[in-house]
Design a protein around this ligand. Structure first.
Ligand code: AMP
Length: 396
């Protein structure tokens, strides 16, 4: 893999794509600095090896040119404290003035460029704009995994201008290693746990995983499309009527591939979509009219936990129920704990995709699983087997 590990940065100027898209409060202070912290190991490596770093990122979704509320200048104070050294700032990511600052940068110095998305050319992947970003730099490092599925100027096109000097930072490196381990070198049995609201969002990933897994566990809202497709009664549970054929197809595909597909056998049904709703445990295919399944039931928890605990590789994407509501979080907590338990016994577990990440964080289990992906959409696309433009630009 092309990474910053084996590169001699001495005297080099490094243009590095980071993800500093952090939340700001109304005083423009950073309220969650996780993403800034995550970039620091790569930055330090370059500085320690005698390089200078020029950092570029987007922040928010500016519509028409520069807007103060999306200025990366707001990030400088926090970034400087975390890095433990001063940070220079250029109030445009391209242009003569910025090029002058880039040229004057000395080894060990850090420059942050203004929001890339103040220029429309960034998201268009404009080549001339990419060339301007590249000017004054000797090396390109990409360490922003969350945007690696976009062919933007700073994430993909800019790499063209560094044909022999493009590489991944530590964040992308560890994301790729974890995902490749699951997709290409999984120790068996390999179990995928899929949840969340809709099957339509997860079709491609399920199809790709059917080629690789031993067990496919389905929970969450998408359960009911599968149950209904097989003729079960699902009441007013969330169900995608137009995806019934697709669900049957996936069930058949699993059979032909020899994959064990497990659906919930029971669930916690509620008479309304409310934490204080009246609830009862029913079989998953016998939900009464007017009731909806909002969590997996106790028999299902036992069944799924048993499979997870016999696995050596686990991929988890999507909650088992409406875990945001206290009374419907038990299934998600129990599955998270089973994954944590089997990880301490030596299994490899990868948790990814928005809401399962939120769940492991909520239950304080993020350091008890092997890897928590921050990739969101990029992670899902990689798991679908797609080639991400930002990865291809460097890996070839
Ligand atoms: P996704 O973004 O597709 O992973 O879906 C996550 C969302 O699915 C969460 O907000 C959950 O509340 C929701 N969800 C999980 N199980 C159910 C269910 N049984 N009924 C309705 N929504 C659900």
């Amino acid at each position: 893999m092309h990474t910053i590990d084996n590169y001699d940065f001495n005297g080099k100027k490094v243009i590095m794509r980071v993800d500093f898209n952090v939340p700001l409060n109304d005083k423009f202070e950073v309220t969650d600095d996780t993403r800034i912290r995550a970039a620091i190991p790569s930055i330090n490596r370059i500085l320690e090896k005698g390089g200078a770093t020029i950092l570029m990122s987007h922040l928010g979704r500016p519509k028409e040119g520069p807007e103060n509320k999306y200025s990366l200048n707001h990030v400088v104070p926090r970034f400087s404290v975390l890095l433990g050294k001063p940070v220079k700032f250029a109030d445009d990511c391209i242009g003569e003035k910025t090029l002058e600052i880039k040229k004057s940068l000395k080894p060990g110095e850090v420059l942050l460029l203004e929001n890339l998305r103040f220029h429309k050319e960034e998201e268009k992947g404009d080549e001339r704009f990419s060339e301007k970003l590249a000017e004054g730099a000797d090396v390109y490092v990409n360490d922003a995994f969350g945007t690696a599925h976009r062919a933007h100027a700073s994430t993909t096109i800019v790499a063209k201008f560094f044909p022999n000097d493009s590489m991944f930072g530590y964040l992308i490196k560890s994301e790729l290693e974890s995902m490749d381990k699951v997709l290409h070198q999984s120790e068996k049995p390999f179990t995928a746990v899929m949840g969340g609201a809709k099957v339509s969002d997860k079709i491609l990933i399920i199809e790709n995983l059917l080629e690789k897994v031993d067990n496919l566990i389905i929970g969450g809202g998408m359960t009911y499309t599968f149950i209904r497709a097989q003729g079960g009664k699902t009441g007013i549970s969330i169900c995608e009527e137009d995806k019934l054929d697709l669900a049957l197809n996936l069930i058949n595909k699993a059979k032909t591939k020899g994959v064990k597909l497990l659906l919930p056998v029971d669930n916690v049904a509620a008479d309304q979509f409310d934490n204080n709703a009246t609830t009862r445990v029913t079989k998953s295919d016998e939900i009464p009219e007017g009731w909806m399944g909002l969590d997996i039931g106790p028999e299902t928890i036992k069944l799924f936990s048993g499979i997870i605990e016999q696995s050596k590789t686990i991929l988890w994407n999507g909650p088992m129920g409406v875990f945001e509501m206290e009374n419907f979080q038990n299934g998600t907590v129990s599955i998270a704990k089973a994954i944590a338990r089997v990880t301490t016994e030596g299994a490899f577990s990868l948790v990814g995709g928005g809401d399962s990440v939120a769940a492991v964080n909520k239950y304080d289990l993020s350091d008890k699983v092997s890897y928590v992906s921050t990739g969101g959409g990029a992670m899902l696309e990689y798991m679908e087997g797609k080639e991400l433009p930002g990865i291809k630009a460097i890996r070839g």
